[in-house]
Design a protein around this ligand. Structure first.
Ligand SMILES: [Zn+2]
Length: 205
C-alpha cells in the first residue's frame, strides 16, 4: 500500500491541495466493513473536471483502483482504499456542516504552500463562475451591463472560512451572502479579484 501517512512515502502536495478542496466541497469517504473508498461527485457535463478529480486521486495515491459511476447527471469518481481516512482525517459520522472541520497542521502547511490549488478544488466542487447583469444609466441611456463573478455555496461555516481565509491571503476580496437568513454563499465580484480568479482558477469545464 502506498498511503503517505502510514508509509511516509512522499506524495504530490500540489495534487493534494486540489483534492482537499474537492473533498471538502463535494466529496465523501465510505469506510465500513469491506467497503472503503473516496468519492467525489462531478457534474456529468464537465468531463475536464472528472478527469482532473481522478488525476488528483491517482497522483496522491497511485496504487488504489479508481472507477466512475454515472447517476442522475452526476459522475461519482471513486478511489478504493481505506487509507483515504488517513489523508482526510476530517472524515466522521454525519454531514460536514454538522460537525467542526479543522485542518491538521500538515494539511494547513500544504494549503499554505499551494493556496490556489486549494481554492481551485473548492470552486470546482461547490463553486461556479457566473455572469450577473444589471441596468445602468449611461449618459441618460439605460444600458445592460454584465459582469462576471465567482460564487461558492456551502452550508459549513468552517469550510467557507477555510476558503475566505485563503482568499484573503491571496489578496482576493470576497463577501458572504445569506440564504434563508443564514450565511451561505461566498461571492467574489470585484473586477481585480475576478481577474485573479480567472488567472488561477477559471470556469469549470
Ligand atoms: Zn494510511
Amino acid at each position: 500500500m502506498d498511503c503517505p501517512i502510514c508509509t511516509k512515502v512522499p506524495f504530490d502536495h500540489c495534487a493534494y491541495a486540489y483534492l482537499l478542496g474537492l473533498y471538502l466541497g463535494d466529496g465523501h469517504i465510505v469506510s465500513k466493513y469491506r467497503q472503503h473508498h473516496l468519492s467525489i461527485s462531478c457534474n456529468a457535463s464537465q468531463p475536464g473536471l472528472i478527469d482532473a478529480a481522478e488525476g488528483a486521486m491517482r497522483k496522491v495515491m497511485p496504487r488504489p483502483g479508481t472507477g466512475r459511476r454515472l447517476r442522475e447527471g452526476c459522475v461519482e469518481v471513486k478511489s478504493y482504499t481505506r487509507h483515504w481516512t488517513c489523508m482526510f482525517p476530517q472524515h466522521g459520522p454525519g454531514k460536514k456542516h454538522e460537525r467542526s472541520i479543522v485542518l491538521e497542521e500538515w494539511q494547513q502547511a500544504i494549503v499554505d504552500a499551494h493556496p490556489w490549488e486549494f481554492v481551485r478544488g473548492l470552486i470546482h466542487s461547490d463553486g461556479c463562475r457566473t455572469t450577473n447583469w444589471t441596468n445602468r444609466l449611461v449618459g441618460g441611456e439605460r444600458k445592460r451591463y454584465e459582469y462576471p463573478r465567482y460564487m461558492f455555496a456551502n452550508k459549513s461555516d468552517d469550510i467557507r472560512k477555510l476558503l475566505t481565509d485563503t482568499l484573503t491571503r491571496l489578496g482576493v476580496q470576497w463577501t458572504v451572502l445569506a440564504r434563508d437568513g443564514a450565511p451561505f454563499n461566498v461571492s467574489i465580484a470585484r473586477k481585480e479579484s475576478v481577474a485573479l480568479m480567472d488567472l488561477h482558477v477559471g470556469p469549470k469545464h
